[in-house]
Design a protein around this ligand. Sequence first.
Ligand code: ZN
Length: 105
Amino acid sequence: MKKEIHPKYYQTDVVCGTCQSVWKTASTRANLRVSICANCHPFYTGEQRKIIDTEGQVDRFMKRLAVSQTRQADAARRKESTVQKEPKKKSLLKEIYGEESESQA
Ligand SMILES: [Zn+2]
């Protein structure tokens, strides 16, 4: 092995942020932390429906969803409240041919 071209190799612990389990490994980085591991991942535990939310992503999504739903409801209300007004000017067809032209067309 050549000297001084290889990174430092640590015997270190890996810590899971969700279930706090610890195991040993060798790595070029010391003090590894993971957000999910095979002990607590729903795929391995069989609890497929359980959502593990360590970073608040589900909460943030729910907030955004609530905001967008209220905006959509407001927009729908505004659309309903705008009354369909009669056009100020008669249509050009009515002007030229009179009222009966509409029934013919
Ligand atoms: Zn874990």
